[in-house]
Ligand binder design. Structure first.
Ligand code: SAH
Length: 427
């Protein structure tokens, strides 16, 4: 199991509370909870966690440079990591996507990090292009394919060896036969990756280097910028809400605030909306949204819908926006809290946004308010939004609260970032 006998496997223990949390299934251990490491750990290496009675507890991905020192890979009985073990993990994740994947929906998440047993790793599919996004350096040595990291690793003593039995590109090729695999790097690991010769947006497989990849969602074509776009190029996580807006859209006028590449707008147009308005601060996002609308012009409903765009900062624009003018108003802003310290400011921002957006809804219309801030809990978001709705002087009934889609499983509290509230204006 240890490919480098000159460096014995890192062994460590945890504080009592952290041990109990891991036993209960929590996948994160912070650095101040680590006890008795057998030696200094190396970035990205595998650590064996023992309990207070010196029995095997778990295997984790170790990162001494991060406050999140260990991401648990496996707990329970000792295992030997080999190629079939990794393949079984991937297969289990693929099994979970069966209800989502179809010829009409070729864009979805295949691996959602910890909740799919691949901590700190995301894999999204856009047609025959896969996008692998790493949030921890532990995976960088196990990419395989044309990655220079695997070769660099054997020469860089400060880097961990590949994870036993894992060659990600080979595994993905064997299971999914992609035409292309793109590597994306979270900002926090870009420097470690660069030292291994890896670059954000590079291909690990395939020769097509175009930014634009077209995929389908419920038969609607979308363009994802897999090389530079936010996340892996598209907000796959909002599929359920887009679908819901499509269902409600017949004959409606829609204001899509923070429209990005127009996902909600195209679903609304295909669902029979009379008129859709995108609002975004980024001209690039608005251009992509126009392209996405054009990609779907073969749908008669899309061809019929009037499409407007507003290039503006949402907050001051909404202050002056016409009241009661839209049947559906969508507020799906970027994360307002990237860090815990920003939590209170974010809650205030959600409240302000709902206060500004609510009066734009026509009587009988619907407001969809969403949050993707992991540091703001569902309760905090809901109570901020409800507070703003009460203060609006209008009357509302709550219709629905939505969370994660099946391809974005979230099996521990910190992973549940997405929440959405649907309310209808009754007067
Ligand atoms: N609703 C989108 C995802 C939103 S991403 C979807 O379903 O795909 C957030 C978007 O908000 C980005 O496109 C970003 O350019 C935009 N944005 C960020 N700050 C903004 C602001 N103050 N006003 C308007 N748009 C903003």
């Amino acid at each position: 199991m240890n490919p480098n006998p000159s460096r014995p496997r890192l062994r460590l223990r945890l504080t009592g509370a952290a041990e109990a949390a891991v036993r209960a299934g929590h996948p994160w251990v912070y650095s101040d909870k680590v006890r008795d490491p057998s030696r200094d750990g190396i970035q990205g290496e595998l650590a064996v966690v023992y309990d207070r009675n010196d029995r095997f507890l778990a295997l984790g991905l170790y990162d001494p440079g991060s406050p999140l020192a260990i991401r648990i890979l496996h707990k329970g009985a000792p295992v030997s990591l080999d190629a079939p073990w990794w393949a079984a993990r991937l297969d289990a994740a693929l099994q979970r996507r069966l209800p989502v994947a179809s010829p009409q929906t070729t864009g979805y998440r295949i691996l959602n990090g910890e909740s799919d047993g691949f901590p700190g790793l995301v894999l999204d599919r856009y047609g025959d292009c896969l996008v692998l996004k790493a949030y921890t350096p532990s995976w960088l040595g196990s990419l395989g394919g044309s990655s220079p990291a695997t070769a660099a690793q054997s020469m860089a003593p400060s880097m961990a060896p590949p994870l036993p039995g894992l060659n990600l590109v080979e595994l993905l090729q064997a299971r999914l036969q992609p035409a292309r695999i793109v590597l994306r790097l979270s900002r926090n690991i870009a420097a470690s990756a660069e030292s291994l010769g890896l670059a954000d947006g590079q291909n690990l497989l395939g020769t097509d280097t175009s930014h634009s990849v077209v995929f389908h969602e419920d038969g609607i074509a979308f363009d994802s910028d897999v090389v530079r776009g936010q996340k892996t190029g598209f907000f796959l996580d909002q599929r359920g809400n887009r679908r819901e807006v499509g269902r409600m859209a017949s004959g409606a006028s829609i204001l899509n605030v923070f429209s990005f590449s127009g996902g909600f707008s195209v679903h609304a147009a295909r669902g029979g909306a009379r008129e859709v308005t995108d609002l975004d601060i980024s001209p690039h996002a608005l251009a992509t949204a126009r392209r996405n609308m054009a990609l779907n012009i073969r749908h008669p409903a899309v061809a019929r819908a009037r499409h407007h765009q507003v290039h503006a900062d949402a907050f001051p624009w909404l202050e002056k926006a016409p009241r009661g003018a839209w049947d559906i108003v969508i507020l799906d802003p970027p994360s307002f809290a990237k860090r815990e310290q920003e939590r209170l400011g974010a809650i205030e921002a959600y409240q302000r946004l709902a206060r500004l957006g609510a009066p734009c809804v026509a009587p009988g219309g619907c407001l969809l308010a969403a949050s993707c801030s992991a540091h703001v809990s569902t309760d905090e978001f809901l109570s901020a939004t409800r507070h703003a709705l009460r203060a609006s002087g209008l009357e509302w009934t709550e219709e629905r609260i939505a969370g994660h889609e099946p391809d974005h499983p979230a099996d521990f509290p910190e992973a549940r970032y997405l929440k959405a509230l649907y309310v209808r204006r009754t007067r």
